[in-house]
Write a protein that binds this ligand. Structure first.
Ligand code: F3S
Length: 423
């Protein structure tokens, strides 16, 4: 079927083929909400020269914090939900701007909480699981290899494409919701085999010792790669937590949505995975990553808040922090952001109690980057997350220290950023 975007307008012909059911949705036969969703997905299909739509197994939506959405975003969601639109596939939500249960204890205002709850309620009316996490793959929304999904959060997109071998472009907030409502997305970009080949090879010739070094590598490669698909060699022993940090950093400093790691990720061993003529860069020693530390660090010494869990922490990451604290009380605030289900698992495992005894807390449903952090009284923050360190200054106005998990734990205990060699 050939369709034009608007009858009577100057023709904009495309080869986008729609099934009878998709055509019916576009014609409004399944209600105005579904028609609006189809219009968004079809428009994207035209822009990116898609030839068809593809069913999606799940959707992950970003654009949840009222701090970012504002009143206009809330009204857009409410109006769409009023049209009767409902999601057709399992759909999860990115973090909000506050902990939905402990917001009062943490110092969020009634006004902010009321608006944030209105956003959550609007998504709930669509039938969205209001999970509020950027690691949906740790709490049940874990797509199978080769499946198409429509995810929006950049670190989750990277993880789904690269570590799980699923297929997704980085959706925007409205396009992800539209895909959820019609159960389809336009088949272009990373849904197609030919766009999943690597065009930049990175040979890592040195061991990377801690999570921040993977983040620094990701920050550095992201800046070079931009939208290209990197292929790493020399990372055969990398863990899933390290891949999470690496991918999140590349998605932040560049726009990397897919990468491969030789011997590790599911598509890396495809015989044609490296495109002919690909560029090669080499990391000879961890010192090559120093520029990333310089770029991500301010010179503040007093630390108000130490933040782990960007992307949201796994149970193992919480256990690591508890182990490193070793029963010591913290002087700075210490937050580990994690999905609420992971928090419950931490409680069941005794980790939450151990952390709280030291003065730390597991904070759920939220992300510090999209929260009104200055209104909570924070001015400085330390984190082992390159993505967090990249966005915090511009989004919240806080000064940042970036370093290893061990340095961050020491900063929490002493209240100051440790001098080199003291951590
Ligand atoms: Fe997640 Fe926020 Fe970091 S959405 S990846 S915790 S910046």
């Amino acid at each position: 079927m050939r369709i034009s975007q608007e009858p009577g307008s100057s023709p904009m012909w495309t080869e986008l083929t729609l099934t009878p059911e998709e055509r019916a949705m576009l014609n409004g036969e399944m209600g105005p909400g579904a028609r609006q969703a189809m219009e968004i997905v079809v428009a994207l299909g035209h822009i990116y020269n898609a030839r068809r739509l593809t069913p999606v197994e799940s959707v992950q939506i970003a654009g949840v914090s009222y701090h970012n959405l504002g009143q206009a975003g809330l009204e857009f969601l409410t109006d769409w939900a009023d049209q009767g639109a409902r999601v057709r596939v399992p759909t999860t939500l990115n973090p909000a701007g506050m902990d939905l249960e402990a917001w009062r204890e943490l110092g969020f205002s009634e006004n902010f909480a009321r608006h944030q709850w209105a956003v959550i309620e609007a998504y709930r009316r669509f039938g969205v699981h209001t999970t509020c996490t950027c690691t949906p793959y740790l709490v049940g929304n874990r797509p199978s290899g080769g499946s198409s999904v429509a995810w929006a959060e950049s670190s989750a997109v990277s993880y789904a494409n690269s570590v799980l071998g699923a297929r997704t472009n980085r959706e925007g907030g409205p396009s992800a919701l539209a895909a959820a409502i019609i159960g389809r997305t336009a088949a272009y970009g990373f849904h197609l085999d030919e766009n999943r080949r690597a065009t930049l090879r990175i040979d890592v010739h040195c061991p990377l010792r801690s999570l921040d070094e993977f983040g620094a590598l990701g920050y550095w490669v992201g800046q070079i790669a931009r939208q290209r698909v990197p292929y790493f060699t020399g990372l055969e022993t990398v863990t899933e937590t390290e891949l999470k940090a690496l991918g999140a950093a590349m998605a932040a400093s560049g726009a990397v949505a897919l990468y491969h790691v030789a011997g590790v990720t599911p598509e890396a061993d495809r015989p044609d995975i490296l495109a002919p003529g690909h560029d090669v860069i080499v990391v000879n020693s961890a010192d090559d990553l120093r520029p990333a530390y310089v770029a991500l660090n301010s010179d503040v010494t007093e630390i108000d808040l130490v933040w782990f869990g960007c992307p949201h922490a796994s149970l193992e990451e919480i256990a690591t922090v508890v182990r490193q604290l070793d029963g010591r009380r913290v002087r700075s605030a210490l937050w580990i952001t994690a999905a609420r289900q992971i928090r419950e698992q931490a409680a069941a495992a005794g980790l939450l109690a151990a952390l709280e005894t030291c003065g730390g807390r597991v904070v759920s449903d939220m992300c510090a980057v999209v929260a009104p952090m200055r209104e909570l009284g924070f001015r400085t923050l330390a984190t082992p997350s390159a993505k967090g360190a990249y966005y915090i200054p511009s989004h919240t106005g806080l000064a940042v220290r970036y370093g290893s998990p061990a340095q961050c734990v020491e900063a929490a205990v002493s209240g100051v950023w440790p001098s080199p060699g003291l951590e």
